[in-house]
Design a protein. Sequence first.
Length: 440
Amino acid sequence: MGNRHPNPHSGNTGPHAVESNEHRTLIKNISIFNGRSENLIKGKDVVLLNNTIEKIIPAGSKEDAYGHVIDGKGGYLSPGLIDNHLHLMMGVSQAEFFNGPFQYVTCVAVREAEDMLMRGVTSCRDVGGNVFGLRKAINTGMLPGPRIYGSGSLIAQYSGHVDFRNPNDMPKEWGGPLSTVERPEMNCGILATGVDQVMAAARHNLFLGADFIKIANGGGVSSFTDPLYVNEFFEEETRAAVRVAEDYGTYVATHVFNPVGIKRALNAGVKTIEHGHLIDEEAMELLAEKEAILSPQVYVMAMLKPIYTDPVRAGKLKQALDGMDNMFKLAKKYKVKMVYGTDLLFDYEGRKDQLKDLTLRKPWFTSAEIMIQATGNAADCVALCGKRNMYGKLGVIEEGAMADVLIYDKNILEDVEVVEKHQEHLKLIVKDGEVYKNEL
């Protein structure tokens, strides 16, 4: 990465942390987007100490009081971006993912993790995939990449969203083999039936290191045997996953498009709705009442069009696209908290446009609202994992937050397209106190 400047004191923030000026960095000459407000903060500088934001101070302090000074040159400082819905291990084609060497799949994920960081995505929430080894490599400094919150395998029912069995195979309980997605090296799905199996699957994911649990309460676009109207897992099965998660101090996210499945999940205690494109007013009102979070996607629907040409998936893709306008209008009406997430699948080149999802939200939201979805709101979402949270406060420019900061040369709150065009406009990337890019 050439201009990466490792901070040897990154992570040294405990009670005996060194706090000499040598380890402080002053970022000056900036306008600040704090991740919460639609208004910029002016006349302030930001001080980093090791891997946290120590304080926000009036501009104009003496520079010799700091070990390092970064001149923002009139740029716009933002928290690092958080992609709340992705699958890091699915950057290859679907055929390669299911049938190719998994070592190759992992190599592509390693490459993409670095690419993602260099787009300004400093944290992400992986909602189905075997990312625990990659997460460890990033957290120990072996590889560059965003912080990863992982669910491990998506838990689904037979004939549900991750049932990609050969039709000639019986369920594993009846003597059939493990399905492709259930193989230990892949570990992106578990097929479960009944309360006991759902509990066992959830506990297994937590044993492997999951930060939260993900289940499927409805049909999906990528799979073949579950129309979007299908409701998956009974309420008692869903509640079983929620109880397991709560015992571990965390929560359940659910894949679901249709309103009946959404209401079933919310009434069982699920905290985030992933997708939700076919939601109706009653379900959206319940989502607001439960103070749950909506995690929709925009760009992936267009990206998948040339890939999903078979009539089954193409039809479901059209349904999801057709429902998107109503979903966003209802979410605004009921003031539901929404986050940025991409769900990009099976196309490495298409995944390079990860930030396009932000720009495509402009018909429904202001650029400032979209930036809040990608920072402060997204931080609230990842923080739902509570006691499982291995990281600090993210997505905001506040004292005590993690030192994940970006600087753009144009106003991101006026036009979020600046963020999409990161190669042109993103001048500084700091994650965990380390400078990964500095073109100021």
